[in-house]
Design a protein around this ligand. Structure first.
Ligand SMILES: *Cc1c(COP(=O)(O)O)cnc(C)c1O
Length: 390
């Protein structure tokens, strides 16, 4: 008999009852150090007192009105997001896939409005992940995402990640944009080099394409900058964000320049829930914390400590941990053992982590961890590796 909850996930057999900062407590009394953070969503940890306060305050006033009316929380959050990014305008969604979808539509509409409706194809990268809608799986083209869901949408041309010559060769008169995750998350914590991102920006400028970044996982302070592309000193034309932006409340956003979004006029796109008062109250609260002076410095400082400790770990257990990848608090360990087994054993030892492609275990702790949590996590990784060999 099919489970009442559609069995589309390989779930671990644990039910959590409550969370506090970087810890989760299960119904059976076990405590876990949460280096999964809801897949980079709980950026400020669990039950952050300020987020709880802002959510509760809003919950007592107004939850939802639809987008038939102005939403004050959207206006303030968009004003603040545009003030600290390349963007001039923001569309709010409930999820990452919807934010990505808005970005893809923005790219196509831009060229349509500019008299180039044929420029409707977007270049994407191998091992990409942009969500689970038909459009976003059509763009990512990974076998495990697309199998059984044909026909896929046309309009996406894929090239190897990091190969600028392949991108150049894939550009045709039909190309309208390039979409990339500055750090691939699901694909196995694969970081695009500064030179590669700069090269993509230059190719876009040369060929009149829009650069569309998917910062759903690597954005919102995860790498120690508000957005990962800042490390490369470039700006995109369009960017989708989600995960950390709501700190656990479903919220996503598509940011764009005025020029790129010139075709996104009244009636062209919409969402019933997207950016409702409850969601944007929490989004504003997350941003309050992240924009506090010193927040990003704190992320960088603890990330530096974690990186150093993980480098030592890899050196101590070279057959278990083959390589350390990633930036800031978006880290991955390429494993010499099957990732599913390692994630399960880490969990049994009290540490939550996330499997990724390429046999990589992702460490995506809340950005509020301190050195004590680094010690605890590395201690569990170390013990797990030692027990494995024994
Ligand atoms: C999680 C993720 C998405 C999809 O977000 P959902 O909220 O699951 O729809 C898209 N792109 C990237 C890079 C992601 O990490």
């Amino acid at each position: 008999m099919i489970p009442v909850v559609m069995p589309t996930y390989a779930r671990a057999d644990v039910v959590f009852e409550r969370g506090e900062g970087p810890y989760l407590y299960a119904t059976d009394g076990r405590r876990f150090l949460d280096f999964a953070a809801g897949v980079a969503v709980n950026a400020l940890g669990h039950a952050h007192p300020y987020l709880v306060e802002k959510l509760t305050e809003q919950a007592k006033k107004l939850w939802h009105t639809s987008n038939l009316f102005r939403v004050a929380g959207q206006e303030s959050l968009a004003t603040r997001l545009t003030a600290v990014t390349f963007a001039d305008t923001v569309f709010f969604t409930n999820s990452g896939a919807e934010a990505w979808e808005c970005g893809a539509k923005t790219v196509r509409k831009f060229h349509y409005e500019n008299g180039n409706p044929q420029k409707n194809r977007i270049i994407t990268f191998e091992q990409a992940f942009h969500g689970r809608t038909i459009a976003s799986i059509s763009a990512a083209k990974q076998e495990k995402l697309i199998k059984g869901f044909a026909p896929l949408l046309d309009g996406f041309d894929q090239v190897p990640f990091g190969d600028l010559e392949a991108v150049r060769a894939a550009i045709t008169p039909q190309t309208g944009g390039i979409c990339i995750e500055p750090i691939q998350g699901e694909g196995g914590i694969r970081t695009a080099s500064v030179e590669f991102l700069q090269g993509l920006r230059a190719l876009c400028d040369e060929h009149g394409l829009l650069l569309f970044l998917d910062e759903i996982q690597c954005g919102m302070s995860r790498t120690g900058k508000l957005f990962a592309h800042e490390w490369a000193g470039i700006t995109p034309d369009v960017m989708c964000v989600a995960k950390g932006i709501g700190g656990g409340f479903p919220l996503g956003a598509c940011l764009a320049t005025e020029r790129a979004a010139s075709g996104m006029t009244a009636g062209t796109h919409g969402s019933t829930y997207g950016g409702n008062p409850l969601a944007t109250a929490v989004g504003n609260a997350v941003l309050d914390v992240m924009l506090e002076p010193g927040f990003l410095d704190g992320v960088l400082a603890v990330a530096g400590v974690l990186r150093g400790r993980l480098e030592d770990l890899v050196a101590r257990h070279p057959s278990m941990f083959l390589e350390l990848r990633g930036e800031g608090l978006m880290l991955g360990l390429k494993l010499g053992q099957p990732v599913g087994d390692v994630v399960a054993t880490l969990r049994a030892n009290g540490l939550l982590s996330v499997p990724a492609g390429d046999n990589v275990v992702r460490l995506l702790p809340p950005l509020i961890i301190g050195e004590a949590e680094v010690d605890e996590a590395v201690g569990i990784l170390d013990r797990t590796a030692r027990e494995w060999v024994a």
